[in-house]
Design a protein around this ligand. Structure first.
Ligand code: NDP
Length: 462
């Protein structure tokens, strides 16, 4: 249980109910929205805590030094054993810390200083309404323009980032772990709002987090920083870095690299155009700031999400114009459909259903629920447009888009496809978690929705 309630500022969070601190149930319980038994949930937490950091190093080493071949890595481990793996683990160097610190400081300054529209987030379980500053698009364009400009004018060579990638990932692994300890301590001693609490188990609190909307000072939102401005931004920055590194190494950027990076950049651009919509999603509105979401965005996004293009740096595959265009168009269509699903839901909620979905007034269900303080509230569930196809149809184009930006690497190795496979597992698990959470929240209204929209993700199949 959080011991103390920090003073809440009107500009950062508006309290809607004045409810007290919320206590979270252990993972695996229904109230937590978990679909797994406590034993499975606990084992998977410990498994992920211990396996994700070495996996990041394995992925980087194999992509950069072993031609992307997992079987070469296996042979290496058979010969050299654990000692061999420990030898290849890069130590965080001063330059790695400097690069991370300057990037983080730059992004934090943009987040704090750039002007932006005041955006109100969804009502939290404790009845708070978080307020954000929407300046992500400006931060995104300033970041990319600055990065390309300092390379163009010879002030900094982004190829250095690729050359020190292993050390950077090591530093990120350690730095982000320490940051998550800070979040855990902050959740206990100085939570930013009443949306904070402990499960009574230190490992669960560290892994799932304690605070929903941790802030530093009045307005520096930590999850906006870790998820959007550090994590998602690093994806775009690294996609540009990989192109520049290939250009420096081979004197050209192969069409395969161009297709993969353009698709990633279109996806990240879409993300920032829709950033205030993201603040209504599970990542921000339901998942607390802990190892799962924050370490994931600080380390997993730059290392794993960018890995298909990381692989391509040393594989300048020529696809030819037709194949390149085919993959590019297919990828852009998927990204657009994914965007349109999110846009429909956001528009529908924002206008209280007074909008057109696929050219018609939307059909809907008014779903009632109770906040933790016992207040009765309602939300509208959209039952037309993409949201009538299946309950999480937006995950299909999300997975396909990832497939299309990996495809330029062709099929010589399996490892570049790791991200697509990981994403598929993540989103199927997420769809189940979300279904369970919504059923716990809306009860019979969710059952009504499930009757109207039968399938969870793939229409006719699942
Ligand atoms: P969302 O949070 O956007 O959608 C689920 C929530 O929407 C539910 O919890 C519910 O919240 C509300 N909702 C559910 N059904 C309806 C409906 N019919 N009408 C209106 N509201 C509804 O999902 P995600 O956060 O999972 O996804 C957001 C985006 O992020 C997607 O584009 C997804 O593909 C992407 N994504 C990408 C990932 C990656 O790693 N690349 C990982 C996860 C997501 P409420 O309580 O408000 O009712």
């Amino acid at each position: 249980m959080a011991k103390k309630q920090a003073g809440k500022s009107k500009d950062s969070t508006v309290n809607d109910s004045g409810s007290g601190n919320e206590t979270k149930k252990p993972a695996g319980s229904k109230e937590d929205g978990s679909i797994h038994s406590p034993v499975v949930a606990y084992a998977s937490m410990l498994g992920l805590l211990s396996s994700c950091p070495p996996f990041v190093i394995f992925l980087w080493y194999t992509m950069v030094h072993l031609d992307g071949s997992a079987s070469q890595f296996w042979d290496f481990c058979k010969q050299q054993g654990l000692q061999g793996f420990l030898r290849i683990c890069p130590k965080p160097t001063l330059i790695a810390w400097e690069l991370i610190a300057s990037y983080a400081a730059f992004e934090a300054a943009l987040q704090l200083l750039l002007p932006g529209e005041r955006v109100i987030g969804p009502v939290s379980p404790a009845g708070n309404i978080p307020v954000y500053k929407a300046n992500g698009v400006a931060a995104y364009f300033i970041t990319l323009t600055t990065y390309i400009a300092i390379w163009w004018f010879g002030l900094f060579n982004p190829a250095i980032v690729y050359d020190h990638l292993g050390e950077i990932f090591s530093a990120l692994i350690i730095g982000s772990f320490i940051f998550c300890i800070f979040l855990y301590i902050k959740g206990h001693v100085a939570p930013s709002s009443t949306d904070s609490g402990s499960s009574g188990d230190a490992i669960i609190d560290f892994y799932w987090g304690m605070e929903l909307y941790p802030r530093i000072g009045k307005s520096f939102d930590i999850k906006v920083f870790t998820n959007c401005r550090f994590g998602m931004m690093s994806w775009a920055v690294l996609a540009v870095t990989y192109c520049i590194k290939q250009y420096e190494e081979y004197g050209r950027v192969a069409d395969s690299m161009l297709v993969s990076s353009i698709l990633m950049l279109v996806y990240v651009t879409k993300f920032f155009l829709w950033e205030s919509g993201y603040w209504n999603t599970m990542d921000i509105a339901h998942d607390r700031a802990g190892f799962y979401i924050c370490w994931g965005c600080l380390v997993w996004v730059p290392s794993v999400y960018t890995s298909p293009a990381m692989y391509l740096v040393r594989h300048p595959i020529s696809l030819g114009l037709e194949l390149s265009l085919g993959i590019l168009i297919a990828g852009i269509v998927c990204i657009f459909i994914n965007y349109d699903c999110d846009r429909q839901r956001q528009l529908f909620r924002k206008t209280n259903g007074n909008c057109l979905i696929w050219g018609r007034p939307p059909s809907k269900i008014e779903a009632w629920y109770e906040t933790k303080s016992g207040e009765k509230k309602s939300n509208l569930l959209l039952t037309s447009g993409w949201w009538s196809v299946s309950r999480h149809f937006h995950y299909v184009p999300e997975i396909l888009a990832a497939f299309f930006w990996t495809l330029p690497g062709l099929f010589n190795h399996f490892l570049p496809y790791f991200y697509v496979i990981f994403l598929t597992i993540l989103l199927f698990d997420r769809a189940q978690r979300d279904d369970q959470r919504c059923r716990a929240k809306y009860g019979k209204y969710w059952d009504m929705y499930c009757k109207q929209v039968k399938y969870n993700i793939i229409p006719g199949v699942y």
